[in-house]
Design a protein around this ligand. Structure first.
Ligand SMILES: O=C(O)CCC(=O)C(=O)O
Ligand SMILES: [Fe+2]
Length: 346
């Protein structure tokens, strides 16, 4: 443990162990008060639904396209999470993205902290608001706006992200197709999304989970995503868990699949028909793990209106209002409250 801590301060890993030393000590003293029992144990390795997106991506055979859309809505209602295969993003692109990601995180920690030159976005590690060990994220992440990756610049300043750029374009197309399919199937106006989301509002989050010497730790604490839709590319290590009927389910990595999940904004927009489901990452003692999440977000002033057959579940709110409330809750209470704060009856 100590040697990992010492090495991390000299090279690329953030100094998680040293920085959160008092939380580790506190947790040893009051293990029951900061219990996150069941974290790494007992989670079933069930397969998420797997949807073949071939017909939708290629737009062939109308009957099959319709069936594919129905499957997407069904999985979004029942699970809020699903895997997609034949998604149109070549495996060599995914492999190169992984290599670029590894190189980026391999930079010295001191350099990553000044990440504007490294990745055009922001960099976070650990959890500044954690007061219990169970609130600590044993991970580091870059947030990179899609527009940063897609704007052409003569300067070679982002050559080290050449495949990330390719991926950003492709994953944006994929997310647009998925959200359009969902909206159409729900009988809603699908143009809402291209009117309110663009490459400057959506972003990639590159996650790295260093090996963690302690057991039962969160790589990423349980959360729902604060967006419309997320597309996740994970490597083969595993660690993602999804809540299903009150139980944590481990998602078995599938090298051919990307993972898609519904975010809070789409749950509200669909008036609770589609579910934004809690998920988390558990750490691995031996292996580091990488993932890339694409978050489809709107402009801050975009207003989300719940519409559907049932009475309106949520009041109208803007994305800015929602995000500010999430930030405030995390700052004040250490946890996100989320959509429960925006119920129509409140
Ligand atoms: O790394 C993962 O598997 C999940 C990442 C995630 O949930 C997120 O970045 O919001
Ligand atoms: Fe997430």
């Amino acid at each position: 443990m100590e040697s990992i801590a010492r090495r991390s301060s000299l090279c690329s890993n953030p100094p998680l162990q040293e920085t959160y030393k008092t939380l580790f000590e506190k947790s040893q003293q009051h293990s029951s008060a900061d219990s996150h029992s069941g974290l790494a144990t007992g989670a079933a390795k069930t397969e998420l639904p797997v949807i073949d997106l071939g017909p939708l991506v290629e737009g062939r055979e109308l009957g099959k396209v319709a069936e594919c859309k129905r499957e997407i809505v069904k999985a979004s209602e029942e699970w809020g999470f699903f895997q997609v295969v034949n998604h149109g993003i070549a495996s060599h692109v995914l492999e190169k993205v992984r290599m670029e990601q590894e190189a980026l995180f391999g930079r010295p920690f001191e350099e990553k902290k000044t990440c504007m030159e490294v990745a055009g976005g922001s960099y976070r590690w650990g959890a500044s608001t954690a007061t219990f060990l169970s609130q600590l994220n044993w991970s580091e992440a870059f947030h990179i706006p899609i527009s940063y990756l897609l704007t052409t610049s003569e300067a070679s300043s982002k050559n080290h992200l050449r495949w990330m750029e390719e991926y950003a374009g492709k994953v944006t197309d994929l997310a647009n197709k998925l959200i359009k399919a969902l909206a159409e199937e729900l009988g809603r106006d699908s143009t809402f999304f291209n009117q309110n989301c663009n490459p400057s509002t959506s972003f990639l989050r590159l996650n790295k989970y260093p090996p963690c010497p302690a057991t039962s730790m969160h790589g990423l604490v349980p959360h729902t995503d604060t967006d419309f839709l997320t597309v996740l590319h994970q490597d083969g290590v595993g660690g993602l868990q999804v809540k299903k009927d009150g139980e944590w389910i481990s998602v078995k990595p599938n090298p051919n699949a990307l993972i898609v999940n519904i975010g809070d904004l789409f749950q509200a927009w669909s008036n609770n028909v589609c579910k934004s489901v809690e998920h988390r990452v558990v750490t691995n003692q031996q292996f580091e793990r990488y993932s890339v999440a694409y978050f489809m977000c709107p402009f801050p002033e975009t207003v989300i209106k719940s519409e559907g057959k049932q009475h309106q579940v949520y009041r109208r709110f803007s994305f800015r209002e929602y995000r500010d409330q999430v930030d405030e809750d995390v700052r004040r209470h250490g946890n996100k409250v989320g959509l429960a704060r925006f119920l129509a009856s409140n």
